[in-house]
Design a protein around this ligand. Structure first.
Ligand SMILES: Nc1ncnc2c1ncn2[C@@H]1O[C@H](COP(=O)(O)OP(=O)(O)O)[C@@H](O)[C@H]1O
Ligand SMILES: [Mg+2]
Length: 304
């Protein structure tokens, strides 16, 4: 795992020197080792919208797949699915079509930047509640196959604390809560953590402070949030660091590419790489042995 973290840093440094490193070149041995365990699932959530979840999700998926891990990015923002825009992809089909039985899930999968697999989202997924038992069974079977095809699944969720968001978050091994230093974002992050805690969620909750001025501000935000969760709900949350506010993020979005891909030397890109490295380095210890049921069956229980 540490090798992967080191590799991420090497990758970015090499890109800055103008060198190209082939993507997805993990050794066959390490791939075989990893294929024996269930994929690790990381849900990105926030409470408040517009704090940077989708950018974090897209860049993490990019960094991790470039580091040689088979990564699946799922757009589970059922309200405003927009990850395709950040990745420069134009999906013909999405989860909405799968749910209505028009296509197989495999037909919706796309290859994104860095070799990631991408599952485009749709607000139509909310119609899953109307599925017959047969349709639901078919969808679940397809989701299981998907689960076997990735080492790591990153799920971008929507704003708010809806049943859907909580369902995806509580099914994940790690929930990465994105906040900004704004009091409203922090309050909503706390509300999300409280609801998640209330479901009996036993995975890890980590906090990323986005759009911070500097490390000190990021640390301050984390500390305030951590003290609140410890005091009022007795929950430990982990410090996953901060991401600086950087106009390169907006420029990358206009170019429809992850900022790490188009501006690897930008401060925010370096911070994204560090975040990905931290997640990978922690992975071994944090990966809960969740052989079965798989995430999508766990979600299904809450979702349908
Ligand atoms: N670190 C950052 N620096 C500057 N702008 C950012 C940063 N992170 C996000 N943004 C901007 O904030 C807005 C919301 O980002 P987005 O990822 O769509 O949030 P969410 O998915 O939480 O709704 C976008 O306009 C994006 O360009
Ligand atoms: Mg979003």
């Amino acid at each position: 795992m540490l090798d992967q973290a080191t590799r991420l840093r090497e990758l970015v440094e090499a890109r800055e020197r103008g060198e190209t490193i082939p993507a997805n070149d993990a050794t066959p041995d390490s791939r075989n080792d990893r294929s024996r365990i269930a994929p690790r699932v990381i849900a990105i959530a926030s409470g408040k919208g517009g704090v940077g979840k989708s950018h974090v999700a897209a860049n993490l998926a990019y960094c991790i797949s470039r580091a040689g891990r088979k990564t699946l990015l799922v757009d589970a923002d059922l309200g405003m699915a927009n990850l395709d825009l950040l990745l420069g992809l134009t999906p013909g089909r999405n989860l909405g079509h799968v749910v209505t039985g028009q296509v197989d899930l495999g037909a919706t999968l796309m290859e994104g930047p860095g070799g990631m697999l991408f599952l485009p989202g749709a607000s139509g997924l909310a119609r899953a509640a109307d599925l017959s038992e047969n349709e639901r069974g078919r969808l679940m079977d397809q989701l299981f196959c998907l689960e076997e095809s990735a080492e790591l699944i990153i799920i971008d969720t929507g704003a708010g604390i809806s049943r859907n968001v909580i369902a995806f978050a509580s099914a994940a091994d790690d929930v990465l809560v994105v906040t900004t230093p704004e009091p409203t974002a922090m309050t909503d992050a706390y509300a999300l953590i409280k609801v998640l805690h209330g479901t009996g969620y036993d995975g890890r909750i980590g906090v990323v402070v986005n759009q911070a001025v500097d490390r000190a501000e990021g640390r301050g935000v984390y500390t305030r949030l951590a003290k609140t969760t410890a005091r009022f709900i007795g929950r430990t949350i982990y410090d996953l660091g901060f991401l600086p506010a950087d106009p390169q993020v907006g420029l990358a979005a206009r170019n429809r590419r992850p900022v790490v891909a188009c501006q690897p030397a930008a401060k925010v890109s370096r911070a994204m790489v560090e975040l990905a490295a931290r997640l990978l380095a922690d992975g071994q210890a944090l990966h809960r042995a969740h052989a079965q049921p798989g995430i999508f069956r766990r979600i299904a229980g809450l979702f349908f």
